[in-house]
Write a protein that binds this ligand. Sequence first.
Ligand code: GUN
Length: 283
Amino acid sequence: MTAKLIDGNALAAQIRAEVAGRTAALKARGVQPHLAIILVGEDPASQVYVKHKAADSEQTGLKASLERLPATLSEADLLARIRALNEDPSVHGILVQLPLPKHMDTHKVIETISPAKDVDGFHVASAGALMVGQPGFWPCTPYGCLKMLESIGYDLKGKHAVVIGRSNIVGKPMAMMLLGRDATVTVCHSRTKDLGAITRQADVVVAAVGKRNVLTADMIKPGAVVIDVGMNRNDEGKLCGDVDFAGVKEVAGWITPVPGGVGPMTRAMLLVNTIEAAERSAQ
Ligand code: GUN
């Protein structure tokens, strides 16, 4: 059996087109949706990420303002800048790119962002809203994974979904979203005993560990849906996920590729959260 691919690039393009339509509608009402992006320091990967986020925004008609602040900036000055953006009615979404310089308390910085503008969905209020099923912003990566499952018309009700990874930005919110869709959810992690025994029972597996070959063909049920959140490099330096794609695609029913799977969806969902923030503020 060869799995069908869930094409993240194609789905992300469709989502960007929808966001562009919503942006145009808001602009027609005199509101320019605006995402403020803050980059502190010069981390090379972060520089690339923020450039992409700004370009994606502009492409869909959202205004993106990218502020590059020096690594020597004090935490107090960063918090003051975030508070100013919270108060600025022309700004709808605020994203502080992580990681931050070591002298800053990431938790404190994130908690300073207004939950109404928390388009990354990292604030505890956003996490709490997701947990209790209240409106809020969902973290972009698991939200993108959920959209991928929706795109194939997959009904999660009563299905066994196994999430590998328990991070605050992927594993835990992913589990909550799947639970919200009536799946039976198991969260596995580095201390899980006999991972394969659990994943072999899964109808859906989401791998979000950040380690190659965490999921191999012998660890899945034939026909399972496999979502690969990993972004790793193999020995040849090529981008690869957490899943042994070559092996797993012969057993799975559906699979997401890396690259071209969850990555573009994460970027697209930031735009969705931003337009959503602007629409809510314009109500
Ligand atoms: N660094 C790596 N990924 C992300 C992300 O999704 N949001 C932010 N703010 N920083 C990141």
